[in-house]
Design a protein around this ligand. Structure first.
Ligand SMILES: [Zn+2]
Length: 501
């Protein structure tokens, strides 16, 4: 007898419909055949399904059985087909009538005892179920909560195979998951107000977030580079509905636990040993990498020169375009990665060059070697470059209250509003033509900037960066035109242009 269950396969961040067909009672020797481009993990599902069925009190088919995952031209990956295969066997061998199964999209990994294990992509599968007009999805309880963000379908998060059979026979009192309870207000965890001193660094962070400028922090160990970077996601305005759904799709596809109570922007901080695929995305069926997980959030690269050079070079294009494209022989996949990239590094191998605390013990050659790990074109992706100093001890004794993240964010929201109304994008993403239009300043100021650039021997690229940052500083001040003091401040935050070339 033939039985069919509807399931889905993750291709990047989208789920494609997959039909699991099981046919029993075929002629020929007793064995199982699995067809339909399964990978190793899918092939192993036979053994898991075998045990799970046996341990849940079902018998195995006593004749030749074919399992087909259709369509045959789509590669299938992972153990998510265990549950639909097991259910199709139960139905095909007429051990239970699972009449309701056509109303659901079903996926889940089975343990040998028949318990359900979480799978990635619960939210993506629920989106597919909605598109197909299904009544709901049946998923492992441990990962089903993110599916509740899809309106209009019922989400059943179940614990084991038996519960699934009972539900599909229509004799169960199981109730679907409650809709998510996303809160309107998200409390701030990493408050910038908790950081003492570092007035300039805080100012630069504010500018970076306001204009979405990538930021490079250079300073000795322990000066608070990571601490200040961790505050950045919560300085950004809360994600919009559209942004939130895009983020959910990526997080769910990567199997991350999704926060169902608060909308938070992610802070991703990959280790410097991360591979190309880990950072940019990849795999036989490409998965998003860290840069896409940081979509609408922050990608923090601590100890920037320690990353493999090839990995860093691969970052350049995605940071510029806001998307990653991964090409495979069977087509290409594109993932979004509009992220604010914040990098941190020591000024030299020992970490104390230019520090007031300790003398530097590096030779000039060592310093040069250390810095040459970063190519010019990569450093160019960082609009803002700041040399940080350790906090003065006097800052700890001061009784002045520091500004809270909430106060700073209010200014950032205003500045972003101005940019949105003007060009519908952040200043960091302005094209050359838009830049010329929006960064108009008086002839006197332009001449001043040109002269300053000549004196400091800055490149044409650096000149445009200064204009871009000055525009954001002016937006924070709600000034229509860029003034000279905006330009002067912007020039201070390009330390690499002066010292390193
Ligand atoms: Zn040193």
């Amino acid at each position: 007898m033939l039985s069919v269950m509807d399931s889905g396969s993750l291709q990047g961040v989208d789920a494609l419909p997959i039909q699991v067909e099981v046919n029993t009672g075929e002629r020929g020797e007793l064995r199982w055949v699995m067809v339909g481009l399964p990978d190793a993990a899918v092939k192993e599902s036979q053994n898991r399904v075998f045990s799970a069925l046996g341990n849940c009190g079902f018998t195995l088919p006593l004749s030749r059985t074919t399992i087909n995952l259709a369509p045959g031209n789509v590669r299938k990956e992972g153990p998510m087909y265990d549950l639909p295969i097991a259910l199709a066997i139960v139905a095909a061998t007429q051990q239970a009538s699972l009449a309701a199964s056509s109303e659901f999209l079903i996926a889940g990994e089975l343990s040998l005892s028949g318990a359900l294990r979480p799978i990635p992509g619960a939210f993506n599968l629920a989106l597919l179920a909605k598109k197909q007009g299904k009544r709901g999805v049946i998923l492992p309880a441990a990962c089903a909560s993110s599916a509740t963000f899809v309106d209009g379908i019922k989400v059943y998060g179940l614990r084991n195979l038996q519960e699934c059979v009972e539900l599909l026979r229509g004799e169960s009192s199981l109730i679907p998951f409650k809709p998510h309870n996303l809160q309107k207000e998200t409390p701030i965890v990493q408050d910038i107000g908790a950081i003492r001193g570092q007035r300039i660094a805080k100012r630069v962070v504010e500018i970076a977030v306001a204009g979405s400028h990538n930021l490079l922090l250079i300073g000795p160990p322990g000066c608070g580079k990571s601490m200040i970077a961790k505050c950045i996601p919560e300085l950004m305005p809360p994600p919009t509905d559209e942004e939130w759904l895009e983020m959910l799709k990526i997080q769910s596809a990567c199997g991350l636990e999704v926060d169902t109570v608060h909308r938070r922007r992610l802070f991703r901080s990959p280790h410097h040993n991360v591979s190309d695929a880990g950072l940019i995305g990849g795999g036989a069926i490409p998965k998003p990498g860290e840069i896409s997980l940081a979509h609408h959030g922050v990608l923090f690269l601590d100890e920037l020169p320690e990353f493999h050079r090839s990995v860093l070079e691969m970052l350049r294009q995605p940071l510029e375009n806001g998307t990653v494209t991964i090409v495979r022989s069977n087509g290409k996949l594109t993932f979004p990665c509009r992220t604010l990239c914040v990098a941190a590094m020591n000024p030299c191998p020992c970490g104390y060059m230019g520090s007031r605390q300790r003398p530097c013990t590096c030779s000039q050659r060592q310093v040069q070697q250390y810095r040459s790990r970063l190519s010019g074109p990569l450093l160019d992706r960082f609009d803002l470059q700041l040399e940080m100093q350790p906090v003065d001890l006097s800052a700890f004794q001061s009784t002045n209250a520091e500004e809270s993240s909430k106060t700073v964010r209010a200014r950032i929201v205003e500045a972003r509003k101005v940019q949105w109304e003007r060009e519908h994008t952040c200043n960091a993403y302005l094209t050359a033509a838009q830049l010329e239009e929006t960064c108009a300043c008086s002839t006197k100021n332009l001449r001043w900037l040109q002269k300053a650039c000549e004196q400091l021997q800055l490149s044409a690229r650096a000149y445009h960066k200064v204009l871009r940052i000055a525009r954001t500083i002016a937006d924070l001040e709600k000034a229509e035109q860029i003034q000279q003091h905006h330009l002067m401040e912007a020039m201070q935050y390009r330390c690499l242009d002066r010292a390193w070339r």
